[in-house]
Design a protein around this ligand. Sequence first.
Ligand code: B12
Ligand code: SF4
Ligand code: SF4
Length: 331
Amino acid sequence: MVAKTDNLKDELIAQAKKLGADEVRIVNIEAYEKFVPTNAKPSYLAQGMKSIVVFYKHLLTGAAIMRDVTTQAGNSHLALDFGEEYSFYLGEWLEDKGYVAVPLSPEYADLDIKPTGAGLLDLKWTAEFCGLGHVGLNLNFLSAEYGSRVYIVALLTDAELEPDTPLEKALCPGMSCGRCAVVCPPKAIPLEAKLEQTVTDYRNLDQKLCSTSAMRISVRSLFNIVFKLKSAKKALDVDQILDNPYWRDYWIATNSKRGAFAACFECMYVCPVGKVDIKRIMSTPYRKFDIPAGSMKHTREDGMHRLTYIGPPKDRDPEYMRDRDFDDAVK
Ligand code: B12
Ligand code: SF4
Ligand code: SF4
């Protein structure tokens, strides 16, 4: 028997925040499905669901101000784990009231939706759809409070909840900021756009390039290395190959997830959006090395806005850039 309450949505938001969620919004499933061009939609998972409850959990500022990517990854996994846990308890809270609810794994990538993997819902769009924030230049979701330094979680329910609407104004100014694009190690974020366009026209990400940093140790990297060794132009030195730190990284990534994904945070900590945490992040010594004054150039000519990165200082050497690609072994 469903317990009728007039203010179920308010109670649900209060409950989610009590559990630890930062901001919570509601998506109406019927309206959302009309915009989803892939199978990453609620009806692919379950029939009869009415609402998506979407919320985010922020990373601790301490993780964003340090140099060590592994510690950042550990913190990001914690934020995701907590979010996932809250989504279970929130689902249980709804079920105690007579509804059904199901949390969605926030980092799972389904190979049937897309052969290279896609979320059960593409959460950045889900979050933009209900005004939780806005998807920025780099296709990361930005919240007004913590910029992109948040992880998104969602659950489906058959409870009919009043939906929220998208933000009226983008949080990301696009090329006139462009900090994420210049600092991105594999240059996976757009570095130029037509002057007359706005960020919603040109926001994009080369996912394959990004994954070389963000999923440094993955099945793809393993295949790449095996094929590279197989087609070596010289006799392989077994000791040299076994000595490469990649194998230990692979074990650590399998064991702890570190390096397997969430192995790059560059676009997250340089993003100036975030009224709660950004001042503290930008004022810390190590973050000042990211884009020191004068290290970024904007050119506006031939109808194009182009970005160039002149930095970074030499001693800024993110951990994941160390060589683990076996080039010495094969050339
Ligand atoms: C696959 C994946 C990746 C891929 C692709 C990233 C991407 N931007 O899509 C790679 C490996 C590159 C990646 C990298 C990172 N990721 Co990731 N990743 C995911 C994952 C598991 C699925 C995303 C997905 O489905 N992408 C869709 C792609 C694969 O399909 P596509 O064909 O290119 O695009 C189609 C769909 O988007 C479709 N679509 C589907 N639904 C909808 C709905 C609407 C309304 C519309 C218009 C379109 C639409 O339309 C497109 C065209 O057909 C999500 C979790 C989730 N469930 O959302 C986390 C997620 C996106 N990752 C996250 C993070 C944090 C990262 C990294 C920072 C690494 C890290 N340190 O953790 C980087 C950031 C890269 C970046 N700039 O976005 C967070 C993002 C949080 C945030 N603030 O935005 C997420 C949401 C995890 C989470 N639960 O919080 N990731
Ligand atoms: S996670 Fe790293 S590689 Fe991917 S877009 Fe951000 S800065 Fe670029
Ligand atoms: S760093 Fe700048 S351009 Fe990139 S997402 Fe943030 S606000 Fe947008």
